[in-house]
Design a protein around this ligand. Structure first.
Ligand code: TRP
Length: 321
Protein backbone atom coordinates (compact mmCIF):
# COMPACT_ATOMS: atom_id res chain seq x y z
CA UNK A 1 0.00 0.00 0.00
CA UNK A 2 1.21 3.53 -0.81
CA UNK A 3 0.80 6.00 2.04
CA UNK A 4 1.36 9.71 1.49
CA UNK A 5 1.21 12.86 3.56
CA UNK A 6 2.97 16.19 3.95
CA UNK A 7 3.41 19.14 6.31
CA UNK A 8 3.71 22.83 5.50
CA UNK A 9 6.85 24.54 6.79
CA UNK A 10 4.99 27.67 7.82
CA UNK A 11 6.46 27.67 11.34
CA UNK A 12 8.35 25.40 13.75
CA UNK A 13 6.76 21.95 13.92
CA UNK A 14 4.70 21.24 17.03
CA UNK A 15 3.02 18.43 18.96
CA UNK A 16 -0.06 18.67 16.74
CA UNK A 17 2.09 17.99 13.66
CA UNK A 18 3.91 15.22 15.49
CA UNK A 19 0.96 13.20 16.74
CA UNK A 20 -1.43 13.87 13.85
CA UNK A 21 1.07 13.14 11.12
CA UNK A 22 4.83 12.70 11.74
CA UNK A 23 4.68 9.87 14.26
CA UNK A 24 2.14 7.96 12.21
CA UNK A 25 4.24 8.31 9.07
CA UNK A 26 7.43 7.21 10.83
CA UNK A 27 5.60 4.12 12.10
CA UNK A 28 4.21 3.35 8.64
CA UNK A 29 7.56 3.39 6.88
CA UNK A 30 8.40 -0.03 8.30
CA UNK A 31 5.73 -1.94 6.42
CA UNK A 32 4.47 0.31 3.65
CA UNK A 33 5.60 2.33 0.68
CA UNK A 34 5.79 5.76 2.24
CA UNK A 35 5.73 9.19 0.57
CA UNK A 36 6.48 11.93 3.07
CA UNK A 37 7.18 15.51 2.06
CA UNK A 38 7.71 19.09 3.14
CA UNK A 39 4.98 21.14 1.52
CA UNK A 40 6.68 24.39 0.51
CA UNK A 41 4.61 25.24 -2.60
CA UNK A 42 1.47 25.34 -0.49
CA UNK A 43 3.24 27.43 2.15
CA UNK A 44 3.51 30.19 -0.45
CA UNK A 45 -0.20 30.85 0.06
CA UNK A 46 0.55 32.21 3.53
CA UNK A 47 4.30 32.92 3.84
CA UNK A 48 5.73 35.96 2.04
CA UNK A 49 9.11 36.11 3.76
CA UNK A 50 11.62 34.17 1.64
CA UNK A 51 14.26 33.79 4.37
CA UNK A 52 11.66 32.52 6.78
CA UNK A 53 10.37 29.95 4.28
CA UNK A 54 13.89 28.76 3.46
CA UNK A 55 14.75 28.36 7.14
CA UNK A 56 11.50 26.62 8.09
CA UNK A 57 11.76 24.22 5.16
CA UNK A 58 15.28 23.24 6.16
CA UNK A 59 14.33 22.84 9.81
CA UNK A 60 11.26 20.76 8.99
CA UNK A 61 13.52 18.40 7.03
CA UNK A 62 15.92 18.17 10.01
CA UNK A 63 12.99 17.49 12.35
CA UNK A 64 11.76 14.60 10.23
CA UNK A 65 15.23 13.10 9.84
CA UNK A 66 15.95 13.43 13.56
CA UNK A 67 12.63 11.90 14.57
CA UNK A 68 13.26 8.86 12.43
CA UNK A 69 12.16 9.21 8.83
CA UNK A 70 14.53 6.89 6.99
CA UNK A 71 15.31 8.34 3.55
CA UNK A 72 16.45 4.90 2.35
CA UNK A 73 13.17 3.22 3.22
CA UNK A 74 10.74 6.06 2.53
CA UNK A 75 10.32 8.52 -0.30
CA UNK A 76 11.21 11.66 1.65
CA UNK A 77 11.33 14.88 -0.36
CA UNK A 78 10.55 18.55 -0.68
CA UNK A 79 7.44 19.34 -2.73
CA UNK A 80 9.16 21.93 -4.94
CA UNK A 81 11.90 19.45 -5.92
CA UNK A 82 9.28 17.63 -7.97
CA UNK A 83 8.29 20.07 -10.73
CA UNK A 84 6.00 17.41 -12.23
CA UNK A 85 3.49 18.20 -9.50
CA UNK A 86 2.82 21.66 -10.94
CA UNK A 87 2.35 20.22 -14.41
CA UNK A 88 -0.15 17.71 -13.09
CA UNK A 89 -1.95 20.53 -11.28
CA UNK A 90 -2.60 22.15 -14.65
CA UNK A 91 -4.06 18.97 -16.08
CA UNK A 92 -6.30 18.59 -13.03
CA UNK A 93 -7.42 22.23 -13.17
CA UNK A 94 -9.41 21.46 -16.30
CA UNK A 95 -11.61 18.84 -14.65
CA UNK A 96 -12.02 20.75 -11.36
CA UNK A 97 -15.39 22.49 -11.07
CA UNK A 98 -15.22 26.09 -9.86
CA UNK A 99 -18.04 25.27 -7.42
CA UNK A 100 -16.01 22.51 -5.76
CA UNK A 101 -13.26 24.99 -4.90
CA UNK A 102 -15.75 27.64 -3.81
CA UNK A 103 -16.94 25.23 -1.12
CA UNK A 104 -13.38 24.87 0.26
CA UNK A 105 -13.15 25.62 4.01
CA UNK A 106 -9.84 27.46 4.08
CA UNK A 107 -10.81 29.62 1.13
CA UNK A 108 -14.22 30.40 2.63
CA UNK A 109 -12.75 31.12 6.09
CA UNK A 110 -10.22 33.60 4.73
CA UNK A 111 -12.87 35.32 2.65
CA UNK A 112 -15.20 35.52 5.66
CA UNK A 113 -12.39 37.12 7.68
CA UNK A 114 -12.04 39.77 5.01
CA UNK A 115 -8.59 38.55 3.96
CA UNK A 116 -8.24 39.00 0.22
CA UNK A 117 -8.15 35.47 -1.18
CA UNK A 118 -5.79 35.11 -4.12
CA UNK A 119 -5.77 32.48 -6.82
CA UNK A 120 -3.13 30.40 -5.01
CA UNK A 121 -5.36 29.97 -2.01
CA UNK A 122 -8.37 29.25 -4.21
CA UNK A 123 -6.51 26.60 -6.21
CA UNK A 124 -4.75 25.12 -3.14
CA UNK A 125 -6.87 21.92 -3.18
CA UNK A 126 -5.95 21.20 -6.82
CA UNK A 127 -2.24 21.31 -6.01
CA UNK A 128 -2.93 19.02 -3.07
CA UNK A 129 -4.79 16.64 -5.37
CA UNK A 130 -1.74 16.60 -7.65
CA UNK A 131 0.49 15.83 -4.63
CA UNK A 132 -1.57 12.75 -3.92
CA UNK A 133 -2.47 11.53 -7.42
CA UNK A 134 1.03 11.90 -8.89
CA UNK A 135 2.24 8.86 -6.96
CA UNK A 136 -0.89 6.72 -6.91
CA UNK A 137 -1.26 6.99 -3.14
CA UNK A 138 -3.86 4.69 -1.59
CA UNK A 139 -4.02 6.20 1.88
CA UNK A 140 -3.58 9.75 3.19
CA UNK A 141 -3.09 10.06 6.99
CA UNK A 142 -4.03 13.59 8.06
CA UNK A 143 -5.76 15.56 10.82
CA UNK A 144 -9.48 16.31 10.66
CA UNK A 145 -8.95 19.73 9.08
CA UNK A 146 -7.62 18.10 5.90
CA UNK A 147 -10.52 15.70 5.39
CA UNK A 148 -12.32 17.93 2.93
CA UNK A 149 -9.17 18.37 0.86
CA UNK A 150 -8.75 14.63 0.45
CA UNK A 151 -12.43 14.31 -0.48
CA UNK A 152 -11.88 16.97 -3.14
CA UNK A 153 -8.90 14.96 -4.40
CA UNK A 154 -11.18 11.95 -4.79
CA UNK A 155 -13.76 14.02 -6.69
CA UNK A 156 -11.11 15.40 -9.02
CA UNK A 157 -9.58 11.96 -9.64
CA UNK A 158 -12.97 10.40 -10.37
CA UNK A 159 -13.83 13.19 -12.79
CA UNK A 160 -10.46 12.87 -14.54
CA UNK A 161 -10.84 9.09 -14.89
CA UNK A 162 -14.38 9.52 -16.27
CA UNK A 163 -13.27 12.13 -18.76
CA UNK A 164 -10.02 10.60 -19.99
CA UNK A 165 -10.16 6.94 -18.98
CA UNK A 166 -8.67 5.12 -15.99
CA UNK A 167 -5.58 7.09 -14.94
CA UNK A 168 -5.46 7.73 -11.20
CA UNK A 169 -5.85 5.75 -7.99
CA UNK A 170 -8.73 7.00 -5.82
CA UNK A 171 -7.18 7.63 -2.36
CA UNK A 172 -8.73 7.06 1.06
CA UNK A 173 -8.34 9.46 3.97
CA UNK A 174 -7.24 8.12 7.36
CA UNK A 175 -8.11 9.98 10.56
CA UNK A 176 -7.88 7.86 13.75
CA UNK A 177 -10.53 8.97 16.22
CA UNK A 178 -8.28 9.56 19.21
CA UNK A 179 -6.03 11.99 17.36
CA UNK A 180 -8.60 13.64 15.08
CA UNK A 181 -7.89 16.97 16.75
CA UNK A 182 -4.90 17.65 19.00
CA UNK A 183 -5.74 20.50 21.39
CA UNK A 184 -3.42 23.45 21.89
CA UNK A 185 -2.64 25.55 24.98
CA UNK A 186 -6.11 27.11 24.93
CA UNK A 187 -8.06 23.96 24.07
CA UNK A 188 -8.67 24.92 20.43
CA UNK A 189 -7.01 22.79 17.75
CA UNK A 190 -3.22 23.15 18.07
CA UNK A 191 -2.27 25.36 15.15
CA UNK A 192 0.34 27.92 14.20
CA UNK A 193 -2.43 30.26 13.15
CA UNK A 194 -3.97 30.23 16.65
CA UNK A 195 -0.63 30.81 18.39
CA UNK A 196 -1.35 27.95 20.82
CA UNK A 197 1.38 25.50 19.87
CA UNK A 198 3.97 23.53 21.82
CA UNK A 199 7.02 23.10 19.59
CA UNK A 200 8.69 19.69 19.43
CA UNK A 201 12.21 21.07 19.73
CA UNK A 202 11.66 24.16 21.86
CA UNK A 203 14.43 24.85 24.40
CA UNK A 204 13.58 23.90 27.95
CA UNK A 205 12.72 27.41 29.14
CA UNK A 206 10.34 28.06 26.27
CA UNK A 207 8.81 24.65 26.75
CA UNK A 208 8.31 25.38 30.43
CA UNK A 209 6.59 28.67 29.70
CA UNK A 210 4.30 26.99 27.22
CA UNK A 211 3.36 24.04 29.41
CA UNK A 212 2.74 26.32 32.40
CA UNK A 213 0.38 28.39 30.26
CA UNK A 214 -1.89 25.48 29.35
CA UNK A 215 -5.37 26.71 30.19
CA UNK A 216 -7.19 24.83 32.97
CA UNK A 217 -10.45 25.49 34.81
CA UNK A 218 -10.81 26.97 38.30
CA UNK A 219 -11.91 23.87 40.19
CA UNK A 220 -10.50 24.25 43.75
CA UNK A 221 -7.66 21.90 44.76
CA UNK A 222 -9.80 20.04 47.28
CA UNK A 223 -12.41 19.08 44.68
CA UNK A 224 -12.19 16.28 42.09
CA UNK A 225 -11.34 17.40 38.55
CA UNK A 226 -12.97 16.45 35.29
CA UNK A 227 -10.48 14.71 32.96
CA UNK A 228 -13.00 14.67 30.10
CA UNK A 229 -13.07 18.44 29.74
CA UNK A 230 -9.49 19.14 30.79
CA UNK A 231 -7.12 20.34 28.13
CA UNK A 232 -4.06 19.54 30.25
CA UNK A 233 -5.32 15.98 30.55
CA UNK A 234 -5.81 15.74 26.78
CA UNK A 235 -2.28 16.93 26.02
CA UNK A 236 -0.72 14.72 28.70
CA UNK A 237 -2.66 11.73 27.33
CA UNK A 238 -0.80 11.96 24.04
CA UNK A 239 2.25 10.65 25.86
CA UNK A 240 0.53 7.95 27.89
CA UNK A 241 -0.46 4.38 27.17
CA UNK A 242 -3.78 2.94 28.30
CA UNK A 243 -2.53 2.15 31.78
CA UNK A 244 -0.94 5.58 32.23
CA UNK A 245 -4.12 7.31 31.15
CA UNK A 246 -6.11 5.27 33.64
CA UNK A 247 -3.78 6.26 36.46
CA UNK A 248 -3.91 9.94 35.58
CA UNK A 249 -7.67 9.76 35.38
CA UNK A 250 -7.83 8.28 38.88
CA UNK A 251 -5.65 11.12 40.20
CA UNK A 252 -8.04 13.61 38.61
CA UNK A 253 -11.05 12.03 40.23
CA UNK A 254 -9.53 12.17 43.74
CA UNK A 255 -9.56 15.48 45.63
CA UNK A 256 -6.21 17.25 46.10
CA UNK A 257 -4.80 17.29 42.60
CA UNK A 258 -2.99 20.50 41.69
CA UNK A 259 -2.89 21.42 38.03
CA UNK A 260 0.48 23.08 38.63
CA UNK A 261 1.98 19.74 39.72
CA UNK A 262 0.59 17.98 36.69
CA UNK A 263 2.07 20.67 34.45
CA UNK A 264 5.53 20.28 36.02
CA UNK A 265 5.30 16.56 35.46
CA UNK A 266 4.16 17.02 31.86
CA UNK A 267 7.08 19.35 31.17
CA UNK A 268 9.50 16.56 32.10
CA UNK A 269 7.52 13.99 30.15
CA UNK A 270 7.66 16.06 26.95
CA UNK A 271 11.31 16.96 27.47
CA UNK A 272 12.32 13.33 28.02
CA UNK A 273 10.19 12.01 25.19
CA UNK A 274 12.09 14.06 22.60
CA UNK A 275 15.47 13.87 24.33
CA UNK A 276 16.81 10.97 22.20
CA UNK A 277 16.30 13.02 19.03
CA UNK A 278 17.89 16.34 20.05
CA UNK A 279 21.53 15.53 19.21
CA UNK A 280 20.59 14.06 15.89
CA UNK A 281 18.64 17.15 14.99
CA UNK A 282 21.57 19.34 15.98
CA UNK A 283 23.78 17.24 13.73
CA UNK A 284 21.58 17.71 10.67
CA UNK A 285 21.12 21.44 11.31
CA UNK A 286 24.91 21.77 11.27
CA UNK A 287 25.46 19.55 8.22
CA UNK A 288 23.57 21.31 5.49
CA UNK A 289 25.39 19.63 2.60
CA UNK A 290 24.55 16.19 3.87
CA UNK A 291 20.90 17.19 4.26
CA UNK A 292 20.86 18.52 0.71
CA UNK A 293 22.34 15.27 -0.62
CA UNK A 294 19.67 13.29 1.20
CA UNK A 295 16.92 15.46 -0.29
CA UNK A 296 18.41 15.19 -3.79
CA UNK A 297 18.31 11.44 -3.51
CA UNK A 298 14.73 11.61 -2.21
CA UNK A 299 13.64 13.80 -5.11
CA UNK A 300 15.26 11.51 -7.68
CA UNK A 301 13.56 8.43 -6.30
CA UNK A 302 10.23 10.17 -6.03
CA UNK A 303 10.30 11.76 -9.49
CA UNK A 304 10.73 8.34 -11.05
CA UNK A 305 7.41 7.24 -9.56
CA UNK A 306 5.70 10.54 -10.40
CA UNK A 307 6.86 10.35 -13.98
CA UNK A 308 4.94 7.12 -14.54
CA UNK A 309 1.64 8.69 -13.59
CA UNK A 310 2.35 11.98 -15.33
CA UNK A 311 3.31 10.26 -18.58
CA UNK A 312 0.08 8.30 -18.50
CA UNK A 313 -1.94 11.44 -17.75
CA UNK A 314 -0.21 13.40 -20.54
CA UNK A 315 -1.02 10.60 -22.95
CA UNK A 316 -4.63 10.25 -21.81
CA UNK A 317 -5.37 13.95 -22.29
CA UNK A 318 -3.55 13.99 -25.67
CA UNK A 319 -0.45 16.07 -25.02
CA UNK A 320 1.85 13.53 -26.70
CA UNK A 321 1.21 14.65 -30.29
N1 TRP B 1 -2.78 20.86 3.16
C1 TRP B 1 -1.99 20.07 4.06
C2 TRP B 1 -1.86 20.81 5.40
O1 TRP B 1 -1.84 22.02 5.44
C3 TRP B 1 -0.62 19.82 3.52
C4 TRP B 1 -0.65 18.99 2.28
C5 TRP B 1 -0.37 19.40 1.01
C6 TRP B 1 -0.93 17.60 2.22
N2 TRP B 1 -0.47 18.35 0.16
C7 TRP B 1 -0.82 17.25 0.83
C8 TRP B 1 -1.30 16.64 3.16
C9 TRP B 1 -1.05 15.94 0.42
C10 TRP B 1 -1.52 15.34 2.73
C11 TRP B 1 -1.41 15.00 1.36
O2 TRP B 1 -1.74 20.16 6.42
Amino acid sequence: MRILSGIQPSGALHLGNYFAMMKRMIDYQENHELFCFVVNYHALTSVYDSNFLRRQTFEAICDFLALGIDPEKAHFYVQSDIPEVTELTWLLNNVTPQGLLERGHSYKDKKAKGIPANHGLFAYPVLMAADILLYGANLVPVGKDQKQHVEMTRDIAIKFNQTYGETFVIPEVEIPKEIATIPGLDGQKMSKSYGNTIEIFADKNTLKKKVMSIVTDSTPVEEPKNPKTCNLFAIYSLFLDKEGKKELKERYLKPGLRYGDVKKELLEVIWNYFEPYRDKREYYVNNKDEVHDIMQMGAKKTRAVGMEFLTKARHNVGLDY
